[in-house]
Design a protein around this ligand. Structure first.
Ligand code: SAM
Ligand code: SF4
Length: 328
């Protein structure tokens, strides 16, 4: 069985963007109430006394927008200083990075993924729901700041949507040529916006690779991650190109992760809602962390059964939580 040692932690379900594919304006989102959010101390207790003892050593902070969490830098420091931590990273929309990149780096964060779905300010602003005030430049400056500060690897996440940003695949791929930037193309999933997803809202990674191969050539990269991305490289490029193909390929058998929501639910599979456990309520009701370890170990044993198995190309799922709520 694949070792499950990677926890994606959603710090907060709120966001300063409303990306069309994640939190469209039309979506009514029930935000987690403040008192239901895991506190700083509860999160650290769960990590130190439950997740680490059962074998989790790699952590990613995400959201919602993790940099909206007032304690984000302190959490980075605490997790980075935990001796068992082998890897710590963050996924952010980059809007607050110009201000926060240095503090995050100083607290011990080294790896960062920044979402960048377009290089065209107008398209970008449309995607992220800018409501009249352009956000593109501030995100671009955030990326540059993170690069200057020294984040490595610095990855740029692109969700490719037909008719929205699929015309920019080559321009986005080109960002990996001169800089140590790793661009990751993610197939659009039917979570968050079924309308935009439509009948077939995603483009298979293989088609993107074909486009890129025709322009520059493409080789399989030696720098292979241990996540779901298939990693390639434009010959001679400094960075790499990753393809996350959860719609066209099935990588459930190599899934190494679970997700912890900002209100303390542990979720074994992104695409299957069963099996979730409410760790926060149990903790608040006085259930011992030893008992919670047992519950988590049982869930880990069940994960291969819970993992999503069928690729249903283009079917829209009835997900009750968006990526911003799950911790994408
Ligand atoms: N706010 C941060 C950000 O945007 O990077 C972190 C949270 S966001 C939910 C994490 C990742 O999920 C982003 O890279 C985003 O593009 C991706 N995502 C959100 N909704 C998605 C969808 N329906 N299909 C594919 N990826 C999605
Ligand atoms: Fe916010 Fe990230 Fe979702 Fe966009 S993808 S709305 S930035 S949580």
């Amino acid at each position: 069985m694949n070792q499950v040692d990677y926890l994606r932690i959603s710090l907060i379900d709120r966001c300063n963007f409303r990306c069309q594919y994640c939190m469209p304006d039309s979506a009514e989102i029930d935000y987690i109430l403040r008192q239901d959010l895991l506190t700083h101390q509860e999160l650290l207790t769960l990590l130190r006394e439950v997740f680490i003892p059962v074998g989790f050593t790699r952590f990613r902070l995400t959201g919602g927008e993790p940099l909206l969490h007032p304690g984000a830098v302190e959490l980075v420091r605490a997790i980075a200083n935990q001796p068992e931590t082998k890897d710590l990273s963050m996924t952010t929309n980059g809007f607050l990075l110009s201000q926060k990149a240095q503090a995050l780096y100083d607290a011990g964060l080294r790896r960062i993924n920044i979402s960048l779905d377009s290089l065209e300010p107008e398209t970008f602003d449309k995607i992220v729901g800018s409501r009249g005030r352009s956000r593109w430049l501030q995100v671009w400056e955030g990326i540059q700041t993170a690069y200057r500060v020294g984040f490595d690897p610095l990855k740029l996440n692109v969700v490719v949507m037909p008719g929205v940003n699929d015309g920019e695949v080559l321009d986005l791929a080109a960002l990996s040529i001169d800089r140590h930037w790793h661009v990751r193309f993610i197939e659009f999933m039917p979570i968050g916006n079924n309308e935009l997803f439509g009948d077939r809202g995603w483009i298979p990674s293989a088609e993107l690779r074909q486009q890129i191969r025709a322009r520059w050539g493409l080789t399989e990269s030696q720098v292979c991650g241990n996540g779901p991305a298939d990693v390639f490289q434009i010959p001679g490029a400094k960075g790499t190109l990753g393809f996350i193909s959860q719609m066209s390929e099935c990588f459930c058998d190599r899934c190494n992760r679970m997700r912890l929501s900002a209100d303390g639910w542990i979720r074994p599979c992104l695409l299957n809602e069963s099996g979730q456990i409410d760790l926060k309520t149990a903790l608040r009701e006085g259930v011992s962390t030893l008992e919670l370890r047992d519950r988590l170990s049982e869930l880990l044993a069940l994960k291969p059964e819970i993992n999503f198995k069928e690729r249903n190309s283009g079917a829209t799922g009835a997900y009750t939580r968006t990526m911003s709520q799950i911790g994408g």
